[in-house]
Design a protein. Sequence first.
Lengths: 180, 103
Amino acid sequence: MIGDWFGNWLEFMSHGENIAFSLLAVVIISGAVFMINMTRVVHMVVSIAAVFLGLGGLYVLLEAEFVAFVQVLIYAGAVTILMVFGIMMTRYGGQEEQQQGRPLANALLLVGTIGLFLAIFFAIQNSLFPGGEALLSGEDNTRAIGQAVFAKYVIPFELVSVLLTVAFIGAIVLAKREEE
Amino acid sequence: MDNILPSYLILGAILFCIGLYGALSKRSAIIVLLSVELMLNACNLNLIAFSKFGVNPSLGGQIFSLFNITVAAAEVSVGIAILIMLFRRKGTSDVTDMDAMKH
């Protein structure tokens, strides 16, 4: 049993891509767990920046280079900095609460979350994923995405631009200091 | 190489569950927003993994993950604006104090 598992693990680790996947997965999961367990809010934002960078590495591994760099720019750059600004603007001591206060609710929540994870895990283990041929190897990913966005997905693209404008105006209107 | 797709899906499930736990248990509203971002990122990871290793691999997964990133950025900007306004009104960023629409 253990030897079988270990042999599977050695076989899994014999590909360079799998080693890179494992390292990035360790970075991502530990960053997320640190994000949950840290006490200072700024440390939480730094650890979730590690999660975003690790996900960008995984996207490079999945041959989605454009999405990887968008991820680094938008998430690791913009969203993280915006969160830091939000913390600076709404600072009330900079500490997450010391006393959790609701141990029963948190324990139930933990059980429920683990149950959800187990359900997804067994669903994934029990389903078959027939592998298609690998897509896009050696192709120009950014050019292909641009052609698809402006030909096939042009209406969602325009709708997203409208959505961004609405969110932009809404954020300004909400955060504007009202004078009375 | 054999199929690595379930590994990506399980990593996405772990990220989603951690994000769900954080979003429901934390009291600082900034951390709740960050946990929602974590869940959206898990969704993006699944989309991109299926766009490479799925039954019918195509670019659609990557394009929809781009749309997803855009929507998440809009959500974060509006969420931070609401938080700043609420902090200015009530002087707190604790989600348990945000019960003005409760009664």
